[in-house]
Ligand binder design. Structure first.
Ligand code: PMP
Length: 439
């Protein structure tokens, strides 16, 4: 009997070792990590350079409280990140995870508004489906009813607009009119709420767990930027999943001309070596807050040297190994091969993604886009089949959490052609079994 209680799906094998793209359980069974944990382990497991950097830091000091000491590791990582951000985003606040990073971004936005005479602005518009974390503030901006409903009214519900899902609405995502159609929903929402009450728009550049690697339609992001600027609304990019090279560029939002005011990152930054997140803000937002007493915020472990030393080594690996370019290249290959599987398996209704944030979605009928019945629990069954074959993939129910199953295939960015063959063979064999079992 385990004393842990988060294993909703029953007991799992016990992890023994992880190296590169592989993991082994205590019975010696090998798994290919086709989901990088939960899109975390971007540079693969047990990278020797990161371990060396961590060992060095551990021998010097594992903790220095940020109000007592500056540390070299946090200074260097902050500088590194600022250099990788769009111009002007050069103020970094470290945290220990994605939800903390989102909370930090929301609080900085609010404190900026208060200190600059815009205290009426507090509403954060976000999207449904959307996922931004499990703390109460992050949940308030999460558009995913099964996660939010049990906790009402403990958080203040924020306004939502639909996430663009052109494939479900029968629209062409490559037609710029589609991007404008969805982006203009933001402007309508701002006007309906009252522009003076709207603080920020929070968006995942490419949908992660929420919409399953769904890429925004052409023109969407640029128009969103324009609308935010027009109404004095801050644009916050949730790069928790898309950041650190996952989509083929360092930031997911680097794919578009839509400069964020605030970026929040986590998963791939600590890359499974240490819990680490960051909020990176435009200097223009931070300056007035610092001028008027400072940011009323901070977690105990923020900026601890061990996490920052790991993060710095991770970002160095991303650069040295050219992992953004590899993610772009292997991602294109994976998409093409998933499209091949879609030809073969009727149950796959859609394939999508950017870089190595890729997914396919099961449908009962491709024409009507009807999902598989929720009672089939198809996504979990597929994950279990693949797992038994030694391939780990990540799955979620989309379509507002009630039905619609998608499978995210997001291996570490270090994957080679041979790994990719193994992933596709594992998916093929799992799909064959799944198609057989589901009917
Ligand atoms: N934002 C996004 C886009 C995420 O994908 C996640 C985690 N899946 C979070 C925020 C929350 O991150 P964490 O679980 O590290 O708190």
């Amino acid at each position: 009997m385990s004393n842990l209680f988060y294993q909703a799906q029953g007991r799992k094998p016990t992890l023994d070792q992880s190296r590169g793209v592989y993991m082994w359980d205590q019975d010696g069974k090998r798994y290919l990590d086709g989901s990088s944990g939960a899109m975390v382990c971007n540079i693969g497991h047990s990278n020797e350079n990161v371990l060396t950097a961590m060992r060095r830091q551990m021998e010097k000091s594992t903790f220095g409280y940020r109000l007592h000491f500056e540390t070299e590791a946090s200074e260097h990582l902050a500088t590194k990140l600022a250099n990788l951000m769009p111009e002007g985003l050069n103020k970094v606040f470290f945290v220990s995870g994605g939800s903390e990073a989102v909370e930090t971004g929301l609080k900085l936005a609010r404190q900026y508004a208060v200190t600059t005479g815009q205290g009426s602005r507090w509403k954060v518009i976000s999207r449904a489906p959307g996922y931004h974390g499990c703390s109460l503030g992050a949940l308030a901006v999460t558009g995913y009813a099964p996660l939010t409903a049990p906790f009402e009214p403990m958080m203040r519900q924020m306004p939502k607009i639909p996430a663009p899902r052109a494939y479900l609405d029968g629209l062409d995502a490559d037609d710029p009119a589609t991007g404008l159609h969805y982006a203009d929903m933001l402007e309508q929402k701002i006007l309906a709420e009252g522009p003076d009450s709207v603080l920020a728009f929070l968006v995942e550049p490419v949908g992660g767990a929420s919409t399953g690697a769904l890429v925004p339609p052409r023109g969407y992001m640029e128009r969103i930027r324009e609308i935010c600027t027009r109404h004095g609304v801050l644009l916050i990019m949730d790069e928790v999943m898309t950041g650190a090279g996952r989509t083929g560029k360092f930031l997911g939002s680097d794919h578009w001309l839509a400069r964020p005011d605030i970026v929040v990152m986590s998963k791939g930054l600590g890359a499974g070596y240490m819990p680490l997140g960051a909020m990176i803000a435009d200097d223009r937002l931070v300056a007035p807050v610092l001028d008027q007493g400072g940011f009323a915020h901070g977690f105990t472990y923020a900026g601890n040297p061990l996490a920052c030393a790991a993060g710095l080594a991770v970002v160095n690996e991303i650069e040295m190994q050219g992992l953004c370019a590899n993610a772009a290249e292997q991602g294109d290959r994976l998409l093409a091969r998933l499209n091949g599987l879609m030809q073969k398996y009727e149950l796959i209704g859609d394939v999508r993604g950017k870089g190595l944030l890729t997914a396919f979605e099961f449908m009962a009928d491709r024409n009507s886009k009807a999902p598989l019945p929720a009672g089939l629990n198809a996504h979990q069954r597929f994950v279990d089949i693949a797992y038994a074959k030694g391939l780990i993939v990540y799955s979620r129910r989309t379509r507002d959490g009630t039905h619609g199953d998608h499978i995210l295939v997001c291996p570490p960015l270090i994957v080679s052609d041979a790994h990719m063959d193994e992933i596709v063979e594992g998916l093929d064999a799992s799909l064959a079994q799944f198609s057989h079992e589901i009917y």
